[in-house]
Design a protein around this ligand. Structure first.
Ligand SMILES: *Cc1c(COP(=O)(O)O)cnc(C)c1O
Length: 407
C-alpha cells in the first residue's frame, strides 16, 4: 500500500472492533473494568497495555492516533483537545523554568500570546528572532535553549523559511526542531524529510473534515536523539527512543488534561479518509483564485506562496506539494475591506481555516484584537488586509461572489 488515500482508508495493523464494525465506534465512557486485581495492577504498572481511564487513553481516540501514525510512519502520535493544547503540551514537555525557546513573532495569534505572556510568567524565556535570517537564529542559541519553534507557512504573513537549514542549525546544538504544520499537513509536507523532529498541528483545520470539531496532534518523527536532550535524559534511561512521547503522554498530558473527546476523534478519523481529496481541490482552487485576483484592479498585495512573484515561491515549491489554501490581499482602506466582506453572499465571515466552505476574515481586527497598532504593523498585519481560506466550491461561484462584492 503506497498511495496516501488508500492508506488513509485501509490502515495497516488496524485493531479489529469486537463486533467487526467497519468503522471504529465511539466509546463514550470514562473507565474500563478488569477481571482481577492482579491484572488491574499489572496494567497500572505498564506491564500490560490496556485502557484504564479515558483521560489517559480511549479506543476511539487511539484509533485516530493509529491512523495518523500509519499515514506519517511516525514513531508515535498523541491526539489532544485542540491545536493550542498540542503546542502547549509539546513546549512544556521540552522546556522548564530558567530555559528558553527560540521562535519568531510571525505566528498564529494565540500561539504568539502563549509565547509572549504565558511562558514568561512560568519563568520560560522566549527569544523572538527573524527566522529568515540564519545569522539571527544561530546567534540566539545559548546553553539553555531547548526548542526551536516555527510555522511551516506562517499565519497570516505566509512567510516560509528553509526548514532543512534551520533543522541542521538546531540539531548541531542538540536542540529539537518543532514545527506547526497546520498550514501544510502531512499530505502536502513530509516533515521527516525536512528534519522536523516534532510536528504539531491543529486537526480542527484540514483534518476535521470541514470544521466539524476542534482537535490537535503531536507527531514524533523519531529523528531526534533524546539522550542528547538535557531535560529528557532521565526519561531516555526509562523509555529510550520514546523519551519525548513517554514524558508528553504519561506526565504533561495527564497533568494538563487536554484530552480529545471520543466523539471528536471519530469525526476527525472520518475527516482523515477524505483529507487528500479536499486538500487537492481546495489548494487547486486557491492557486486559480490567486492568479485571477491579480487581474482585479481593486485588489493589491495578493499573497500566495505558489505565485511566481512571491519571495517564497521557490522554497514553497521545494518543500510543499501545494501552496496551501490560504491567501491574503488588500483593498484601498479598512472601510473598503468591511464593505467588501459585508457584500459577500457565498463566502462566509468566519475565522476558521480549511473548512469546506470559503471563509474570510480581517486578521487585524479578529485574530489580533489585543495587540497594539504598532505591533501589528511590525507583524505586517494591516487593517485593510483580508485572509481568505479557500474552500472546495466550484471556483467560478467564488469568483462571481468576489466580483459582485467589489462594486
Ligand atoms: C488554528 C491554528 C492553531 C490553533 O489550533 P486550535 O485547534 O484552534 O487550538 C495553531 N496554529 C495555527 C497555524 C492555526 O492555524
Amino acid at each position: 500500500m503506497r498511495g496516501f488515500i488508500t492508506k488513509a482508508l485501509h490502515m495497516t495493523k488496524q485493531k479489529r472492533d469486537i463486533h467487526g464494525a467497519l468503522r471504529m465506534p465511539i466509546y463514550e465512557n470514562a473507565a474500563y473494568e478488569f477481571d482481577s486485581s492482579a491484572e488491574f495492577s499489572d496494567v497500572s504498572l505498564g506491564k500490560i497495555a490496556k485502557h484504564v481511564y479515558s483521560r489517559s487513553s480511549n479506543p476511539t481516540v487511539e484509533d485516530f492516533e493509529l491512523h495518523v501514525k500509519s499515514l506519517t510512519n511516525a514513531l508515535g502520535v498523541l491526539a489532544l483537545s485542540s491545536g493550542m493544547a498540542a503546542i502547549a503540551n509539546t513546549v512544556l514537555t521540552l522546556v522548564k523554568a530558567g530555559e528558553n525557546v527560540i521562535t519568531t513573532k510571525h505566528l498564529f495569534g494565540h500561539t504568539l500570546t502563549f509565547f509572549q505572556k504565558t511562558l514568561p510568567n512560568m519563568g520560560i524565556n522566549v527569544k523572538f528572532v527573524n527566522v529568515l535570517s540564519e545569522e539571527e537564529v544561530i546567534n540566539a542559541f545559548d546553553e539553555n535553549t531547548r526548542v526551536l519553534f516555527l510555522e511551516t507557512i506562517s499565519n497570516p504573513q505566509l512567510e516560509i523559511s528553509d526548514l532543512k537549514k534551520l533543522s541542521d542549525i538546531s540539531h548541531s546544538r542538540n536542540v529539537p526542531f518543532v514545527a506547526d504544520t497546520t498550514m501544510t499537513p502531512f499530505y502536502i509536507f513530509d516533515a521527516r524529510k525536512f528534519g522536523v523532529d516534532i510536528e504539531v498541528l491543529s486537526s480542527t483545520k484540514f483534518i476535521s473534515g470541514g470544521g466539524t470539531s476542534v482537535g490537535g496532534l503531536v507527531i514524533d518523527h523519531g529523528i531526534f536523539d533524546w539522550g542528547k536532550s538535557e531535560l529528557l535524559k532521565d526519561y531516555y534511561k526509562k523509555a529510550g527512543h520514546f523519551a519525548f512521547l513517554y514524558k508528553a503522554r504519561k506526565e504533561i498530558f495527564q497533568g494538563l488534561g487536554a484530552v480529545l473527546s471520543p466523539h471528536n476523534a471519530y469525526l476527525q478519523t472520518l475527516g482523515l479518509e477524505t483529507m487528500a481529496l479536499r486538500i487537492d481541490r481546495a489548494c487547486q482552487n486557491a492557486l486559480e483564485l490567486a492568479l485571477w485576483l491579480q487581474n482585479k484592479k481593486e485588489m493589491t498585495g495578493i499573497n500566495y506562496p505558489f505565485l511566481e512573484n512571491s519571495p517564497f515561491c521557490k522554497l514553497a515549491k521545494k518543500q510543499f506539494k501545494y501552496g496551501g489554501s490560504i491567501l491574503t490581499f488588500e483593498v484601498e482602506s479598512q472601510e473598503a475591506a468591511y464593505k467588501f466582506m459585508d457584500n459577500l453572499k457565498i463566502i462566509r465571515r468566519a475565522t476558521n481555516l480549511h473548512d469546506n466552505k470559503t471563509l474570510i476574515v480581517s486578521p487585524y481586527h479578529v485574530i489580533y484584537p489585543f495587540n497594539s497598532h504598532e505591533e501589528k504593523m511590525e507583524l505586517n498585519i494591516k487593517p485593510n488586509m483580508m485572509r481568505l481560506s479557500v474552500g472546495i466550491e466550484n471556483i467560478e461561484d467564488i469568483k462571481e461572489d468576489i466580483s459582485q462584492a467589489l462594486v
